[in-house]
Write a protein that binds this ligand. Structure first.
Ligand SMILES: [Zn+2]
Length: 87
């Protein structure tokens, strides 16, 4: 018979600074894009997760990289248009 695994944590782990990374793909958000001579900043996006619980609409904002923000936004627009067409 195996013993249950015990893990110990501290409250300090709850307050560690969160690395800024895309919530969808995990890419770091403050990474600069470099080409031969230039370094440019890629603006980060933000997504809002909405859900309904206990009679209250709740919103949680999550960071997204530019590519994921565009992809998720276009998918949402496409689904919205499809629902509009279907009545
Ligand atoms: Zn991403």
């Amino acid at each position: 018979m195996s013993q249950p695994e015990v893990r110990v944590g501290s409250t300090a782990q709850l307050f560690e600074p969160e690395e800024s990374s895309c919530d969808a793909c995990g890419e770091p958000l403050d990474a600069a894009v470099e080409d031969d001579d230039h370094e440019s900043f890629v603006p980060a996006g933000e997504g809002a997760l909405l859900w309904f619980r206990d009679g209250v609409v709740r919103e949680e904002k999550r960071p997204l990289c530019a590519a994921c923000a565009a992809a998720i936004g276009m998918t949402a627009l496409s689904r919205w248009a499809t629902e509009e067409d279907e009545g």
